[in-house]
Design a binder for this molecule. Structure first.
Ligand SMILES: [Fe+2]
Ligand SMILES: [Fe+2]
Length: 341
């Protein structure tokens, strides 16, 4: 039974539900205190200054008064923007379920954003302890405050407005388990700041243009601005780092990325939505793998990841091959990243 808040509204997030499904990870990490306070931020200075002046308040900067009527018929314009692939030829979604699909798609997406935000909150807090550079510790701490706000905003939206939850996607769960037990700080950056946040940046930008109600539109717009800084933090921290690594260390990073990219590509096959809507998951996944609009959507999401991997010297041949094989990129994606520098 759902718990009630003070106003008597049943809540979708309750301790009894959460207790069933906690991800507990033991980790042995090396926490570092650095007594060199003299660098005064170097390349992180601008980013840190921007981070301080761009803080916002999820309680007061979002107008929460709009009533989101989950499941209500969507206007034609809204339907056009939201998950238009429901109506693609070959779609397993029958026409009478398009409206329901678009709402489930929005709920699934926002719930996955929420789980990803909690992942970012935990892993970035870990970086405060493990990264050796003092400026990076301080910047990471500022990012922790951003991620707390993102969790707050999405959780409130799900709890008060959508009232529909989805559990963490298995691919993201596996990646979080890996990252939370990881002792090498640069791999935490690669997994979170490069892969998860690179995808989140693209996804929140697409979502802020595509979701139909003003609350989620303003939440995603504000969050996308913060995420752009977080991806830059990863680039600044990792640029130049891999040139000095041994070939074995470099190969370990490559192996991690191959696994992480594969896990994340599985994330966008919408299995949980097919299951919830009683649509044959095999058919749904087949559609998600091959429908040109969905393939294009994944390629759009992975474009930033490609660009960042190139900037940190990790866009290796096996990684490019995997992205081509899984339809996450095209040769043009790599050429565009090379041109962007
Ligand atoms: Fe975030
Ligand atoms: Fe972030």
């Amino acid at each position: 039974m759902a718990a009630n808040d003070q106003a008597g509204t049943p809540r979708v997030f309750t301790l009894e539900q959460a207790g069933q499904d906690m991800l507990a990870v033991d980790a042995a990490i090396r926490a570092l205190m650095n007594f060199d306070y003299g660098t005064r931020f170097g390349r992180l200075r601008d980013l840190y200054e921007r981070s301080k002046s761009a803080q916002w308040n999820a309680s007061t900067d979002i107008d929460w008064s709009y009533d989101v009527a989950f499941g209500a018929p969507l206007s034609a314009g809204y339907g056009m923007r939201m998950a238009p692939f429901a109506a693609s030829p070959g779609s397993p979604v029958p026409q009478e379920l398009w409206n329901d699909f678009r709402w489930q798609y929005q709920a699934w997406m926002v719930n996955q954003f929420l789980h990803g935000e909690q992942g970012a909150l935990l892993t970035t807090a870990r970086l405060v302890e493990t990264v050796p550079d003092m400026a990076a510790k301080v910047y990471a701490a500022a990012q922790v405050a951003d991620e707390a706000r993102h969790v707050e905003a999405y959780a409130r939206y799900v709890d008060e407005k959508l009232r529909v939850t989805y559990p963490i996607n298995p691919g993201l769960r596996t990646l979080m388990r890996d990252l939370l037990s990881e002792s090498r700080w640069d791999i935490v950056y690669l997994g979170m700041q490069v892969i998860v946040e690179g995808l989140a940046l693209a996804a929140t930008r697409i979502a802020s243009a595509g979701f139909g109600d003003p609350i989620i539109t303003s939440i995603t717009k504000m969050i996308a601005r913060d995420e752009a800084r977080h991806v830059s933090f990863g680039v600044i921290a990792l640029q130049g780092l891999y040139q000095d690594m041994t070939s074995r260390e470099y190969a370990e990073r490559e192996a991690f990325l191959l696994e992480a990219i594969h896990l994340m590509s599985q994330r966008f096959l919408l299995r949980e939505i097919w299951e919830r809507m009683d649509i044959d998951p095999a058919r749904g996944i087949q559609f998600a793998c091959t429908d040109p609009m969905m393939v294009g959507f994944r390629q759009l999401l992975f474009r930033k990841v490609v660009q960042v991997l190139r900037q940190v010297d990790l866009l290796t041949v096996p990684i490019r091959d995997l992205m081509l094989a899984e339809g996450l990129a095209t040769p043009q994606t790599f050429a565009a990243a090379a041109q962007a520098g």
